[in-house]
Design a protein around this ligand. Sequence first.
Ligand SMILES: Nc1nc2c(ncn2[C@@H]2O[C@H](COP(=O)(O)OP(=O)(O)O)[C@@H](O)[C@H]2O)c(=O)[nH]1
Ligand SMILES: [Mg+2]
Length: 294
Amino acid sequence: MLGFIKKGLNKTLENIKVILPQKVDKIDKETLEEILLESDVPYEIVEEIIYYLPPQDKVKKEDVKRVLKSYFIYKNEEKNLKSQPFVELIIGVNGAGKTTTIAKLANNYKKEGKKVLLGASDTFRAAAIEQLKRWADKLEIPIVYTQQNHDPSAVAFDTITSAISKKTDNVIIDTAGRLHNQTNLANELKKIVRICDKAYSGAPHRKILILDGTQGNSAINQAKAFNEIVGVDAIIITKLDGTAKGGSLFGVARELKLPISHVGVGESADDLIEFNPDEYIETILNAIFINSEN
Ligand SMILES: Nc1nc2c(ncn2[C@@H]2O[C@H](COP(=O)(O)OP(=O)(O)O)[C@@H](O)[C@H]2O)c(=O)[nH]1
Ligand SMILES: [Mg+2]
């Protein structure tokens, strides 16, 4: 399993190697600080990590691991997991990776033997509908869609009512990341949430915010804005494979106080992995310290 997250952290690990060509037994705090900053761990968090380490100049892997682990305390909520259908609403800015991540999630559910239905509620762009349809065809998963500019809430409603009648396990609804202006987008997202609940009380059961990992920490403010609009339940960070900013997950988890449920590590339907903080931290530390398994 470490291999898979390693694929996502490849560029981050290469970057660490530039700063620290030889792995060490103990690391001096100054070099550790540099590694963390270069990996896009926010400055305040780097300072805090250093503060919580033992007072010696050089520190062991176990000491660093203990401090790093304390940043991922937010867990995915287990509530409503038994709802049938279980409805997930996918939100985030244009290009963050929403549509691709929907395909990946759907693919995972299908592999688990679940019945999945997609809803193409990004009706703002015709290409967005087409893109989700192509994925649905490829994965052989049904989809509800309309024409461009039709009411996205109506698509969400139809998707959920259809899922109820077909006894579908998982509904995943796409949304637009950009409209004519921010107020429109906020109102539209709120309306979609209201209408989901009308179609099936309690839905959407999980609102997942998709963040582009290549943006690193700069995605945090954007994430806070979405959280204020509809309330986010979990985060998925995409394109981890395309960035050396693999350390930004510390800032995201800490600033948003939300769980990171998955990370995207490529463009294919299989390139989504459940985020496991221990594996993530272990993989980073294995690039720094010798005497490790990998
Ligand atoms: N390398 C890489 N590319 C990704 C990943 N997730 C999405 N992409 C690419 O990012 C681009 C935008 O994705 P898309 O799903 O259309 O974003 P949306 O506008 O939020 O729906 C596409 O070219 C995707 O193939 C990922 O995890 N890794
Ligand atoms: Mg899209």
